[in-house]
Design a protein around this ligand. Structure first.
Ligand code: ADP
Ligand code: MG
Length: 571
């Protein structure tokens, strides 16, 4: 396999492009059938990605470019600095000031580490952090913004005895960054040393209000609707330009569904999943008639699990029924009952800034009797902020079993009135307590009018066994026909040149998310001219690049492969 490394290098096929190569591409590069098959097998054995990437090859390429040497990565960069430390310096002695700044930097580093980011550099009082390096995740931009909000939230704890309070400003931008041990940084914010993206983050930081977070357009696109953002006036930034758009982050949104929060409303019609949709709808009708159903839907990210569930719910919208959504979160895999507590907050309409007394009143309305409500407030009060003060040494007011039984009854209660669909999204991020709660719920499902629909990625093995009706569906990739029709729909019904369609189909490998992103990036690239009923291609189509919103997940995949390699070497 090693003999192909030179070919890949000559064709400028790096780790980012590698997983996108189709079988045709590999044939064009002169790989014989045997080697193409081996590549497929290697990838599929690793949990599968477009069956074109090669562990062996990516390892060789990674070996040719060790991590210690500068490397180009698509990252989200955060720059955090202290607001005007001069008055502090005038009031405090040097030692006290230094210890305050040390504590601040430690706190920033802790928040960055919480989201698996990387502190690249301390620059004066400032901190430059990367999200996406050395470990990439699918959601690095979101991680950066969450870390920034945590830093801001922690600032009030950095108060000096004199009442002086430290404040910070944060700027965030996403883009390609040269990383590795070659970063040498001079004066903060110098473009030549920092590179474009970190420089933009540093400049945005300067424009932020006290304890404010500003994001660049590149980051805003990646976090879509996960946060409440406020548009600010276009900026003129030194070394960057004028008319720069930027947004201030107000707060994280707690939407009931990540799918709806990140979904682009301009996306295409639902295509090519008729059989899957029919199956879920069939199980719904069985459940609605009183035979509880468990439905486990698995598939790789981007295959369309959430879209299928949303389409199914839209189809039954005209039937009288109840819906409960439990959205698991990648940031709360160890936070007991996280998705359930968020559901209860939404169901009770709890308002963040309300007093515990008002929150108690709202919460109590979820219960039929005062007695039940009182007990629930005692049990869940600390987790939901319903109590005025909790003495630090207070004994737990109930056993875990009692809490789980209460929640199980609460979840299933609407089924007494109407058929109920409980949608648990992204169970690969479920916390152990919610997992237990679902087990309890499943035991009681038998004669309830409930469809418990759970989505998860293939690497998660659902622990639930159902004594009753139980369906598993592993989603497949979309057929070429369905992909082609999806592309047509995204092209607003206008015909695309055959070559463009062929490349998108090949590169996206049946994953609708990739079809969507590649089509959008081709349409926005300016390579095509929109005509009356078609799109014209004026010059030869270059090899399609991976759009930035996908870059993260490709890199995540490659990093996972790299760690498999390390394990293999130890053996
Ligand atoms: N059958 C389909 N028809 C059209 N678009 C689809 C289809 N399935 C998925 N998509 C689109 O692909 C993207 C990824 O789908 P999503 O449901 O979020 O995947 P998953 O939940 O499996 O990660 C979404 O933008 C979605 O609208
Ligand atoms: Mg989803």
């Amino acid at each position: 396999m090693a003999e192909h490394v030179e070919t890949f290098r000559a064709e400028k096929i790096d780790a980012a492009v590698l997983p996108t190569l189709s079988d045709d591409d590999l044939r064009e590069l002169g790989l014989p059938l045997g080697d193409r098959k081996k590549l497929r097998a290697a990838i599929e054995a690793l949990g599968g990605w477009p069956p074109a990437a090669s562990t062996a090859l990516s390892e060789s390429l990674a070996g040719a470019r060790p991590r210690a040497v500068a490397e180009q990565r698509h990252l989200t960069v955060m720059f955090c600095d202290i607001v005007d430390s001069t008055p502090l310096a005038a009031t405090l002695d040097l030692e006290t000031l230094q210890s305050l700044i040390d504590t601040y930097q430690q706190q920033v580093a802790d928040c960055v580490a919480r989201y698996d980011g990387f502190v690249a550099k301390f620059m004066g009082d400032g901190v430059l952090a990367y999200f996406g390096y050395p470990q990439a995740h699918e959601d690095d931009a979101e991680r950066a913004v969450r870390a920034a909000l945590d830093i801001v939230a922690a600032m009030p704890t950095l108060r000096h005895v004199d009442g002086l309070e430290l404040a910070c400003r944060i700027g965030i931008a996403s883009g390609v960054v040269v990383v590795g041990d070659s970063i040498t940084v001079g004066a903060a914010g110098e473009k030549s040393v920092l590179g474009e993206t970190p420089n933009l983050a540093a400049r945005l930081q300067e424009t932020a209000p006290r304890n404010g977070v500003i994001v660049a357009a590149s980051t805003r696109t990646l976090v879509a609707n996960l946060f409440d953002l406020k548009t600010i006036d276009p900026l003129t930034l030194k070394g960057v330009g004028s008319g720069i758009m930027a947004w201030q982050v107000i707060a994280a949104r707690d939407d009931a569904s990540r799918f709806r929060a990140t979904r682009d409303p301009s996306s295409a019609e639902f295509i090519g999943r008729d059989a899957e949709l029919a199956l879920v709808l069939d199980r719904w009708s069985v459940a609605a008639a009183g035979e509880g159903q468990l439905f486990l839907l698995s598939g790789e990210p981007g295959l369309g699990k959430s879209r299928l569930c949303e389409t199914m719910l839209a189809q039954i919208a005209t039937e009288t029924h109840a819906e409960i959504r439990l959205q698991c979160s990648p940031y709360h895999v160890n936070s007991p009952l996280y998705p359930v507590l968020r559901h209860l907050e939404r169901a009770a309409g709890l308002v963040h800034d309300d007093t515990p007394a008002i929150r108690r009143g709202d919460f109590a309305r979820l219960f039929a009797s005062d007695e039940e409500a009182e007990r629930a407030i005692l049990l869940l009060g600390p987790a939901l902020g319903l109590l005025d003060a909790v003495p630090a040494d207070a004994a737990p007011s109930g056993s875990k079993t009692e809490v789980l039984v209460l929640l199980q009854r609460l979840l299933i209660a609407p089924a007494a009135e109407h058929p109920l669909c409980i949608l648990v999204e992204d169970a690969h991020w479920i916390d152990p307590t919610t997992q237990e709660l679902l087990s309890l719920l499943i035991e009681r499902l038998g004669n309830q009018r409930v469809l418990l629909l759970i989505t998860h990625r293939p690497e998660f093995t659902p622990p639930w066994r159902s004594p009753i009706h139980h369906t598993r569906l592993a989603m497949n990739r979309l057929s070429t026909r369905a992909c082609t029709s999806l592309i047509g729909d995204l092209a607003r019904g206008k015909r695309l040149p055959e070559e463009v369609v062929r490349q998108i189909v090949a590169k996206s490998d049946g994953v609708p998310l990739f079809v969507e992103e590649l089509t959008k990036s081709v349409l926005e690239s300016g390579l095509l001219t929109e005509e009356h009923d078609s799109w014209g291609l004026d010059e030869p189509l270059p090899l399609l690049a991976i759009p930035s919103s996908l870059h993260d997940s490709f890199m995540a995949r490659l990093d996972r492969m790299a760690s498999v390699k390390e394990v293999a070497q130890v053996r």
